[in-house]
Write a new protein. Structure first.
Length: 384
């Protein structure tokens, strides 16, 4: 049996067909970011008609475990007039969290025309991380928009309480929720569920709790062929938090990480806008989030030994897990697996390339992170 199982669904999430062995397939699964997949089939493949339908979707499993589900967002053809390839790109259903805005008053009917949001400047969600996320998605994605098929799994109250909560004012939910959810100890997923033949499948939003891998990876232990580490010093140790008010009446607070300054011998300031709340504890929580974003960063580049001891999937590691890596004798760091790329090699084997830590040597990921940060900053300016 192939390690990948590829199902094609229509826009209503009704099963259409299976794709057997593609010419090529590369999937990059990410922790708290949108996963992507690219798949190519021969231009004469008999299932191309299903793949080309507007709204077509893929649901892919790896070693019997859910890997990615989502709509085909792009397709292209390469041909020499005799033969060629048809290639599709898929974005994971988690991208919905960047496509749902958090309204200050989400109970107002979402109908074309004027909408009245005067009852509140912000809608602030408080409590533990899972409660905050699921309440916001239920109010805005399920009840207000009515995204087809979207359901929210039962709340198990996982994750730590987020200090000061999460304020929304026409922000994409993911912009404001991440990285606060991750700091609280949870990851987020939106997965297409299984369904009976001919029936529409649900899109289930849920959270998961990343684990710490029980084994330390190392070249000496023969779980790795190669390992390299990069460290980057923090970029700020002090933050000015701007609260409510205008001009000379605006409220400000100041937060200093004295331990960071003593450790690195450097002082640097940044600014954080926090107009949603003038409460000192909430403003300080917003400032601490900013200091965390500007904290020290580690990155680990490694090549797996392919021994079967450390592999992606059932019984192995998943994105979001924390992995201890022995870089050298006496130097062991534990970092989060941010993403893992799986490349089709044969029906029974896929090459695995995990990316660990905040720093990366992958230009595409660096560019994507910078563009996302710029876009998030712009949206914050626009929603004031």
């Amino acid at each position: 049996m192939s390690v990948f199982r590829i199902g094609v669904y229509d826009k209503d999430r009704v099963f259409q067909c299976q794709i057997g062995n593609p010419v090529a397939l590369s999937a990059t699964v990410r922790h708290n970011l949108t996963s992507t997949l690219s798949m190519s089939v021969a231009l004469g493949h008999r299932r191309i008609g299903k793949l080309k339908e507007d709204g077509a979707r893929l649901k892919v499993s790896f070693k019997g475990e859910h890997l990615i589900s989502g709509p085909i967002t792009e397709d292209n053809i390469e041909s020499d007039g005799v033969s060629g390839l048809y290639t599709v790109t898929v974005e994971d259903d988690l991208t919905a969290l960047w496509e749902i805005l958090g309204w200050p008053v989400p109970t107002v009917a979402a109908t074309p025309g004027a909408i009245n949001q005067s009852a509140a400047e912000y809608r602030t969600y408080n409590g533990n991380a899972e409660t905050i996320l699921k309440t916001a998605v239920t109010e805005n994605g399920v009840n207000r928009i009515g995204i087809p098929g979207l359901v929210v799994a039962p709340n198990l109250n996982r994750g730590a309480t987020i200090p000061g909560g999460v304020p929304l004012r026409m922000h994409p939910i993911a912009d404001q929720m991440f990285p606060a959810l991750e700091d609280a100890g949870i990851g987020v997923s939106v997965r297409q569920a299984n369904s009976a033949p001919g029936e529409s499948a649900d899109l289930v939003l849920d959270v998961y709790e990343p684990q710490t891998h029980p084994r330390t990876l190392s070249v000496k232990g023969r779980t790795l062929k190669r390992v390299a580490m990069t460290r980057k010093r923090p970029t700020a140790s002090r933050v000015v938090i701007g609260g409510q008010g205008e001009k000379t009446a605006r409220n400000f607070r100041y937060l200093v990480d004295t331990a960071r300054e003593a450790q690195y011998g450097r002082r640097a300031e940044v600014f954080r806008d926090a107009r949603d709340d003038n409460t000192p504890a909430v403003m300080d929580a917003r400032g601490q989030e900013t200091l965390n974003e500007h904290g020290p960063k580690n990155g680990v580049s490694l090549t797996l030994a392919g021994s079967g001891i450390f592999q992606y999937g059932p019984g192995g590691f998943h994105v979001g897990d924390r992995i201890p890596v022995r870089v050298a004798e006496g130097v062991t760091i534990t970092e989060v697996i941010r993403e893992c790329t799986l490349n089709w090699v044969s029906p029974t084997y896929a090459a695995e390339a995990p990316s660990i830590g905040e720093l990366t040597d992958q230009p595409e990921r660096i560019t994507a992170q910078r563009l996302a940060a710029l876009a998030r900053g712009q949206r914050n300016q626009e929603t004031r």
